[in-house]
Design a protein around this ligand. Structure first.
Ligand code: GDD
Ligand code: MN
Length: 376
């Protein structure tokens, strides 16, 4: 564990969406401003023309505290507000860490310290979780509300497959700017509360190191919830969409693998036809298939996971894995050629693909593209 005083504090931006939170927003800003006195911290309220004058309260506060910012827009839902807010925090406020939270005190401002501490200790994202040991929801939450929340989490884990996280719908998270840039928040299309699982889905896919920290979720005392039927409908089809997206990726990946076999054996046969010696034709054909697989997977199968930033390290690992694949496949070919000198070379070249594919799969899934591990 690193001692918090030994690391320089990152520039943290709290991104807080509001719709009709006039009774809460000034109180919350006052609490945050005193709990987080650092000059480097900023507070961005993302308001959607609340008719109750929320924005005026924020402007009022911003006159006294220059760390407070207001971003206004048309109401398109919680998710749309977050996409705007997070983009602004990254592009204009120089945020190195984004904390997302509700404006109604359901999320205790003090708990954000625990989330930030997890990031300081190496996590890419820390989730304030109600559903791990030590976490809880308000005793006064109605049975209906409990079922809704539990049901949402059940669907997110069982249908969408977000099994590594226990509180998938939590709206309280600290996320590093690097991770947010890698997943490109602007590409999130859902408009409402489904944003939480859409964001999480992308974080998990990108291999972010995600941890959960127990929190107590207090019911709001002022104002009311904005969760609507549209949010529920969108949530429901989102979990299915995520599931289908998983199949789609797998299907594309398999097709690319198949094309790789054709490239390998096709170019091998071609080279032999051109009179190239089989021990030279073999590694050339293997390398060609590795390159074509890489290009197709990068620009088609995983087109939405651009290889940038930390992706570059992944690119290096990917190359090492490919080198191993090449060596293994070639070694198998040479060995088989010596054991069965009379067999058709193209058959032996094909046999070389088998151990290489297995090794490639294991290394890539447990090393290169390892998904974020659950921790609490
Ligand atoms: N700008 C903007 N636009 N803000 C919105 C909108 C919107 O359309 N809808 C809601 N908000 C703001 C609210 O003003 C509040 O600050 C925050 O988003 C959360 O909204 P609530 O209405 O209080 O949500 P909730 O308490 O029902 O739901 C909470 O728990 C859910 C899981 O049980 C939130 O944390 C959700 O994100 C979470 O999924
Ligand atoms: Mn609330």
């Amino acid at each position: 564990m690193k001692d918090a005083s030994q690391v320089t504090a990152p520039r943290v931006c709290f991104v807080i969406p509001t719709y009709n939170e006039a009774p809460n927003v000034s109180l919350l800003l006052a609490r945050l401003a005193s709990d987080y006195p650092g000059e480097e911290t900023s507070f961005l309220i993302v308001d959607d023309e609340s008719p109750d004058g929320t924005a005026d309260r924020v402007r009022e506060f911003a006159k006294r505290d220059s760390r407070v910012h207001l971003l206004e827009g048309k109401r398109r839902g919680l998710g749309a507000a977050y996409v705007r807010g997070i983009s602004h925090a990254l592009d204009s406020l120089g945020a190195e860490v984004v904390v997302q939270m509700d404006a109604d005190f359901s999320h205790d401002p003090a708990d954000a310290k625990k989330l930030l501490a997890r990031l300081a200790n190496g996590a890419d994202a820390a989730i304030g979780s109600r559903y791990i040991s030590g976490g809880a929801v308000d005793r006064d939450w109605s049975v209906g509300r409990r079922l809704l929340s539990r049901g949402g989490n059940y669907l997110a884990r069982r249908i969408a497959g977000l099994v590594t996280v226990h509180d998938c719908t939590s709206g309280f998270k600290a996320i590093s700017a690097a991770s947010l840039r890698e997943i490109d928040v602007k590409r999130i299309r859902v408009q409402g509360y489904a944003f939480q699982i859409a964001l999480l889905h992308r974080l998990i896919e990108s291999g972010a190191r995600i941890v959960e920290e127990p929190i107590y979720f207090r019911d709001r005392e002022r104002g009311q919830t904005k969760l609507g039927i549209r949010d529920l409908i969108e949530f429901f089809y989102s979990v299915w969409w995520m599931r289908v997206a998983g199949y789609k990726t797998f299907l594309k990946f398999s097709l690319v693998g198949l094309s790789g076999v054709l490239v390998n054996l096709g170019s091998f046969q071609l080279a032999l036809g051109l009179g190239v010696h089989k021990f030279l034709a073999s590694p050339i054909a293997i390398e060609l298939s590795i390159i074509s697989n890489f290009l197709l997977n990068n620009y088609w199968t995983f087109a939405d996971r651009a290889m940038t930033g930390r992706g570059r390290i992944r690119g290096l690992k990917y190359n090492l894995v490919s080198l191993t694949t090449l060596a293994l496949s070639y070694a198998t070919f040479v060995l088989l050629s010596m054991l069965f000198p009379d067999a058709a070379p193209v058959v032996l070249q094909g046999c070389g693909i088998i151990p290489a594919t297995i090794c490639n799969y294991l290394l890539n899934s447990y090393w290169t593209f390892r998904a974020g591990e659950p921790e609490s």
